[in-house]
Design a protein around this ligand. Structure first.
Ligand code: SF4
Length: 421
C-alpha cells in the first residue's frame, strides 16, 4: 500500500468525526438534549455524556475559527465587546463568535447556546472568567470544578478527594438541568470505552520511538487527538484509534516517514499557531524534522500515570480531571520532557510560546535555559500565538528555525568527525 493512502485514512476519518460532531450539535433529532459547555484541559465529557448532554468545547470552537481563517475577525468582535488586547485570543475569538454578530453561526457549524456551563478549572484560571462570561451572556447556571495543581507526581489523597467530591456534587445539578437521572452503570460503560481508547492512544505515542517515526506527534498528533477530545467515552473514539494503530503498523512495514526522509528528531512543547499551522509545519518539513514526541497532545489525556480505572468511576473521573499535562507542577513537566528527549532519542527540543496564554507559556524560557545549558539538549524557543495571526512573523520564525537546524547539522558533522578520528 502506498504511504499516501495510509495517511489519508486517518486524516479523513478524523475530519469526518469533527464534521459529524458539529452537525449533531445542531441536529433537530438531538434538539431535546440539553447543552453543557466544558473546557478541554482536565475535561470529563464522559460524566456529562451519561446525562445525554450535547457537549460544546469553547476552545475547540476557537481552534476551528483559526483553522477556518476567521479568528482575526472573531477576535475583533471580542475586542469590541470590551475584552482587552492582552487577553487570551481563544477567549476573544470564542466570545466574538458566540456573543458578537455571528451569534454562534460558524462556517463549521451552528453552536447551540448553553443550558449549563461547567468550568473545570484545571491548569488555566482564564477558564473561570471565560465560563462566567458565557453563563452571564446566556443566562444559565455555572458550576466550577476546582482542580488544584499537582503538588507531587500524582494527586495526593486530599487533592483526589477534593476533586472527586466536587464531581459528586454535580450529580444533582446535572440531573436537574438535563432531566436525566444519574446512572452509575452507564457511567461505568462509558468509562470502559474511555479506558480502551486511552490504551490505544498510549500505544500510538510509543510509535514515535521507532526510526523513522511513522508519524509526527505534533503536526499529525493534533489531528489524531481530535476524537479523544470530542468523542470521549464513545465507540467512535475506540474504532478511530484501532484504525490508527492499524495504519501505524502499515506505515512501519513501509518504513514510512511523514517527511519523506527523517533527518532530525524533535520534542515539541506548547500549542500550535493554528492560523498559520501549514506554514509553520512546512518550515520543519523542509529540514526532514519530525516531532517524535510532543506535550500538547497530552492536554486532553496525560494518561500514563492514572491510578484508578472504570471499576471506580468517580475516582477514575477525578484522576482524569487532575492529571492533564497543564495541571502538572513545573518540575514534573521538566523531568517528563527530559525523559521524552532521552527515550525518543531526539536531536533537540522546540518550545512554542503563546503570547496571550500565560498558563501554558509560563516557565518555557526557564525550560529552554535548563535544557540548553544544564541538560545539553539544543532547544529552540519560538513565540507567536494560537489564534491571532498578527503575532506570527513568518520571516523571523523561519530565520530562527533555519539557524537552529544549521547548528544541529554542524553539530552532527562535528560528532561524526570526532568519531572517525
Ligand atoms: S489562557 Fe491558554 S490555557 Fe487558558 S484558555 Fe487561553 S489558551 Fe487555553
Amino acid at each position: 500500500m502506498k504511504a499516501a493512502q495510509i495517511e489519508d485514512r486517518a486524516r479523513m476519518m478524523s475530519r469526518l468525526l469533527v464534521e459529524r460532531y458539529y452537525r449533531e450539535l445542531d441536529a433537530p433529532e438531538f434538539s431535546d438534549r440539553k447543552v453543557v459547555y466544558l473546557f478541554t484541559s482536565g475535561g470529563i465529557g464522559e460524566f456529562f455524556r451519561t446525562f445525554n448532554f450535547r457537549i460544546v468545547l469553547p476552545e475547540i470552537n476557537a481552534v476551528h475559527c483559526a483553522r477556518a481563517k476567521i479568528s482575526r475577525e472573531m477576535i475583533r468582535y471580542g475586542e469590541a465587546l470590551g475584552h482587552i488586547n492582552e487577553m487570551c485570543t481563544y477567549v476573544k475569538s470564542d466570545l466574538g463568535l458566540m456573543v458578537g454578530p455571528p451569534k454562534g453561526n460558524a462556517p463549521f457549524g451552528k453552536i447551540p447556546p448553553p443550558d449549563l456551563v461547567v468550568i473545570n478549572h484545571c491548569g488555566c484560571s482564564t477558564y473561570i472568567k471565560w465560563g462566567e462570561a458565557l453563563a452571564r451572556e446566556f443566562n444559565c447556571p455555572v458550576q466550577i470544578i476546582d482542580v488544584p495543581f499537582l503538588s507531587e507526581d500524582r494527586p495526593t489523597e486530599s487533592e483526589h478527594k477534593y476533586v472527586k467530591g466536587q464531581i459528586e456534587e454535580l450529580i444533582p445539578v446535572c440531573e436537574e438541568v438535563s432531566g436525566t437521572r444519574f446512572d452509575p452503570d452507564r457511567l461505568q460503560d462509558v468509562l470502559k470505552l474511555t479506558e480502551e481508547a486511552i490504551s490505544l492512544w498510549l500505544k500510538l505515542l510509543q510509535y514515535g520511538k521507532k526510526r523513522p517515526s511513522p508519524f509526527d506527534s505534533y503536526f499529525e498528533g493534533v489531528v489524531y487527538m481530535a476524537p479523544m477530545t470530542i468523542w470521549r467515552g464513545t465507540s467512535e473514539a475506540v474504532e478511530y484509534y484501532e484504525l490508527l494503530i492499524e495504519q501505524m503498523e502499515q506505515r512501519l512495514a513501509a518504513s514510512y516517514s511523514p517527511v519523506g526522509e527523517e533527518r532530525f528528531r524533535l520534542v515539541f512543547e506548547g500549542s500550535p499557531p493554528w492560523p498559520t499551522f501549514t506554514r509553520f509545519k512546512t518550515m520543519f518539513e523542509r529540514w526532514g524534522a519530525v516531532a517524535v514526541a510532543s506535550t500538547y497532545i497530552r492536554v486532553v489525556c496525560a494518561c500514563e500515570g492514572l491510578t484508578w480505572g472504570p471499576d471506580n468511576p468517580m475516582d477514575y473521573l477525578a484522576d482524569l480531571a487532575a492529571q492533564s499535562f497543564y495541571n502538572w507542577n513545573h518540575l514534573k513537566k521538566i523531568n517528563f520532557i527530559e525523559n521524552l528527549a532521552k527515550d525518543y532519542e531526539v536531536d533537540g527540543i522546540v518550545a512554542h510560546s503563546v503570547r496571550s496564554c500565560r498558563p501554558i507559556s509560563i516557565g518555557q524560557l526557564d525550560l529552554r535555559k535548563y535544557f540548553a545549558t544544564e541538560a545539553g539538549i539544543p532547544t529552540l524557543f519560538l513565540d507567536s500565538d494560537i489564534a491571532d495571526p498578527r503575532f506570527f512573523s513568518s520571516s523571523q520564525i523561519r530565520k530562527r528555525v533555519n539557524t537552529f537546524f544549521e547548528a544541529l547539522d554542524k553539530r552532527r558533522k562535528r560528532a561524526a568527525e570526532v568519531k572517525k578520528a
